[in-house]
Write a protein that binds this ligand. Structure first.
Ligand code: FAD
Length: 191
């Protein structure tokens, strides 16, 4: 098993400037050469700034050369936290599903069954306009403790059928209440 990250192994060597004084001929000093610092330095230089990039170890020696390479469209903050942190207007922009093209809808967009299925059409109305959901939910079927058929759902959003008898194969959807799928529980809408 290799323990040296691919990026470091293939990057070649960098000049060792440790102990040497920094140039004063600079507009911007960026501390840390991970993705954040490198991107800041690159884009500032492209705009004409004279940039000095300072790294205490090796370029890419932090998290940036170690991550799993996963890109996802979810957010690490929920709606309430986003409002507190960024204000209502910005949070609305982040979470607004209105007008998003169908093919760009994510599993957290309005009308999605969380992490199970995106809506077949985007029927979202603009922010501040009331929306309607008509949901037919068919619970999973059990034979004793064994699940023999998954839950299914048909959803009509603002008069448009966005899920048609959609199978929900997981026992618990993300951010649901969790627990035994053979026990009745509520359908949670995230707004
Ligand atoms: C194991 C792991 C898996 C991950 N998987 C994913 C993933 O799949 N998808 C995803 O999107 N994100 C993932 N992440 C997160 C992602 O890698 C980080 O959010 C991102 O790389 C952070 O970049 P950064 O430039 O801010 O920090 P870093 O890459 O850590 O860069 C900071 C740099 O600053 C330097 N430094 C610190 N202090 C000083 C100082 N005083 N002077 C000079 N230099 C200094 C460090 O040496 C380092 O090189 C993962 C992270 C880890 C650790």
């Amino acid at each position: 098993m290799k323990t040296i990250p691919y990026w470091i192994e293939t990057a070649g060597s960098f000049p060792d400037r440790s102990g040497k004084p920094l140039t004063e001929d600079t507009d911007l000093v960026v501390v840390g050469a991970g993705l954040t610092g490198l991107s800041t330095a690159l884009h500032s230089a492209r705009k004409g700034a004279r940039v000095t990039l300072v790294e205490k170890g090796q370029i890419g020696s932090g998290a940036s050369a170690r991550n799993g390479g996963m890109a996802n469209l979810g957010f690490t903050v929920g709606v309430g936290q986003a409002i507190r942190r960024y204000g209502l207007e910005r949070a609305r922009e982040i979470y607004n599903s209105y007008g998003v093209p169908r093919e760009k809808l994510a599993l957290v967009d309005c009308g999605s069954i969380y992490d199970v299925a995106t809506p077949k059409q985007n029927a979202s109305k603009p922010p501040t306009v009331w929306q309607s959901f008509d949901i037919d939910f068919y619970p999973p079927k059990f034979d004793g403790a064994k699940k023999v058929a998954p839950a299914r759902m048909t959803v009509v959003h603002n008069g448009v059928k966005i899920h048609d008898n959609q199978e929900i194969k997981v026992d618990n959807t993300t951010a649901g209440l969790g627990g035994d799928p053979n026990t009745p529980g509520p359908i949670l809408l995230q707004g």
